[in-house]
Design a protein around this ligand. Structure first.
Ligand SMILES: CC(C)(COP(=O)(O)OP(=O)(O)OC[C@H]1O[C@@H](n2cnc3c(N)ncnc32)[C@H](O)[C@@H]1OP(=O)(O)O)[C@@H](O)C(=O)NCCC(=O)NCCS
Length: 149
């Protein structure tokens, strides 16, 4: 919850501008299917540094069961230390184990660091949703990036 709160307050890194409540987060975690996961990065002190989620792209469409959606969110003090890359090692192995063929990331067009991060992991930009996000009266596009397993 603290990670979500921080990201939502920063306003610039995610389409999510309002953190979920504890109840909403709990319901989301409980509803995860065996092919979905949230991997958490825990610091030596025991505090959570961030997480990476892997969800079905479209749970109700059978022809897209091979497609997953990824999200990565770290607290500011843990960024650019290799944590996101380490999380992807776990997420990629999990995605292979549960038979996904590809992973898609949706990244705000203004979020250059996240695009550089996913590009470094092997994702390629493959599309753009124009004026997809509206936060504080400002519009942003979303870049679609895909990774084939
Ligand atoms: C984007 C984010 C998930 C990346 O995770 P990270 O742990 O910071 O990334 P890593 O340290 O594993 O970086 C791996 C590579 O990605 C690229 N990269 C990561 N952050 C970057 C940045 N700020 N600027 C440019 N390239 C960057 C680099 O190539 C980096 O390798 P290098 O450090 O050897 O040059 C993290 O910074 C974050 O949580 N940002 C805020 C939330 C966010 O934007 N999430 C994505 C929403 S779609």
């Amino acid at each position: 919850m603290a990670v979500w709160r921080t990201i939502a307050e920063e306003r610039i890194y995610s389409a999510v501008d309002e953190p979920w409540t504890v109840e909403q987060e709990r319901a989301y975690l409980k509803a995860l299917s065996p092919r979905e996961a949230v991997h958490i990065a825990v610091a030596g002190s025991g505090t959570i540094a961030g997480f990476q989620s892997l969800d079905l792209w479209a749970a109700s469409i059978r022809s897209m069961m091979h497609v997953a959606q990824i999200g990565t969110f770290l607290l500011p003090e843990w960024r650019r230390c290799g944590v996101g890359s380490a999380l992807f090692e776990a997420t990629r192995a999990f995605a292979r184990d549960v038979h996904y063929g590809k992973i898609v990331a949706q990244v705000r067009a203004s979020n250059g660091p996240a695009q550089a991060f996913y590009h470094r992991l092997g994702f390629r930009a493959c599309g753009r949703l124009t004026r997809q996000v509206r936060i504080d009266g400002m519009e942003d596009d979303e870049i679609l990036m895909e990774f084939f397993l």
